[in-house]
Unconditional design. Structure first.
Length: 161
């Protein structure tokens, strides 16, 4: 096949109905790479060092965050550690997360992670938050008030079961 036809073929396969196919953003690719590194690090760690190392990884990720998000992440970390000791801190796609039996229950995504205008505190499907036919699983955060902290504390306790 000639180089010209090769180029035309790849350009044609990269379009769908005349629109360019959008792949993952740079931030999404970075998060996936971080997750792959996290899985490799977890596999290398021994069972005794696992939890202590995972918490230090979480604290290091929090320390890297810009100040407003860092303050919220530090506060959330303290709330979760005190209110749900059954949850183990770990990084998940480069974000602070808290797991039970190896499954992530909740996580904090700082605003800068995907260049968003607010941070997010969210829950995965392993969280026991089911209520009727619909319930919230993520919350936008711009700051943490005492009322917000109380609500988060209650949600985390409920999520653990």
């Amino acid at each position: 096949m000639s180089p010209k036809k090769d180029t035309q073929k790849s350009a044609k396969s990269a379009t769908v109905t005349g629109k360019a196919v959008k792949g993952f953003t740079d931030e999404e690719r970075a998060a996936m790479k971080e997750r792959a590194q996290e899985l490799k690090a977890e596999a290398r760690r021994g069972p005794r060092a696992k939890e202590a190392d995972a918490e230090s990884d979480v604290l290091a990720k929090i320390a890297e965050m810009p100040k407003p998000d860092r303050a919220m992440a530090e506060r959330l970390h303290a709330i979760i550690k005190a209110g749900a000791p059954a949850l183990s801190p770990k990084t998940w796609y480069g974000m602070p997360a808290y797991a039970k039996d190896g499954k992530v229950v909740c996580f904090f995504r700082n605003a800068g992670k995907f260049k968003e205008r607010y941070a997010m505190f969210g829950f995965n499907d392993s969280a026991k938050l089911d209520e009727r036919s619909m319930w919230p699983v993520a919350f936008a955060l711009t700051k943490l008030t005492a009322a917000d902290e109380a609500k988060i504390r209650a949600l985390v306790k409920k999520a653990v079961g």
